[in-house]
Design a protein around this ligand. Sequence first.
Ligand code: NAP
Length: 259
Amino acid sequence: MTLNAPALFDLSHRIAIVTGAGSGIGQRIALGLAQCGADVACIDRRTDGGLDETLSMIAQTGRKAIAIAADVTDRAALEAAVTRTEAELGPLGIAVNAAGIANANPAEEMSEEQYQTLMDINMKGVFFSCQAQARAMLTHGKGSIINIASMSGVIVNRGLNQVHYNASKAGVIHMSKSMAMEWVGRGIRVNSISPGYTATPMNTRPEMVHQTKDFESQTPMQRMARVDEMVGPAVFLASDASSYCTGVDLLVDGGFCCW
Ligand code: NAP
């Protein structure tokens, strides 16, 4: 039979979960999955503000969306979110884990609390999310999990004192490969996307306001990514277009890691 290439990217009748769906990359990917046909459970730590906006944007696509307040450091809340998603939308097939935080401090001054809080959200939160999602997907014998890592898991950002963030993202990349190999024979693919500098609220935190110009000039494409530019890679990894990809870290960085 002839391959219908455009249909490879069709997400109709797929059910997705997106964490960090109330802002930035997670919000845009949640909308992108819906635009390709998926119904989406949108998770963030609060249901007010951003998640309301995500739901109203998805409503305009004609797809279903639900908002769930869950902290990714809370394992029970993530399990409950998967249960609710399956009860209200159907069998879970796609998960995008974008919830994360960033901050900075010189390594010699960083408190245990600052280190641990970030690690709990960025690394343990991704692991708990994957665990809850995979438990459901394993019962269906299929699924695609995409973890949002960062080019900071591959390189060290010049001028940014964020040892804990960089380590957490290297952890997400390798955790994704490890889970990909654990589940490779059972229908679940696990990949990561590593964005370069992307224009989202995360980059408006006070210590970064003056660094945007540096980010642009250090990037071979001479600009930051638009949040829209994370959608294509996510749809690719979520869909049948990437059926032979697992354990991949897809750098979406404007060429940053080449230099
Ligand atoms: P963002 O706009 O701040 O969005 C992150 C979302 O995650 C926010 O809605 C945030 O809620 C939520 N979140 C944080 N901690 C959470 C928790 N414990 N439980 C549930 N939700 C939580 O940031 P972004 O730039 O889109 O970042 C998304 C992902 O991309 C992150 O993993 C980030 O590390 C990664 N990334 C970003 C860039 C970049 O340049 N922007 C580059 C590489 C990788 P609150 O607003 O309440 O904190």
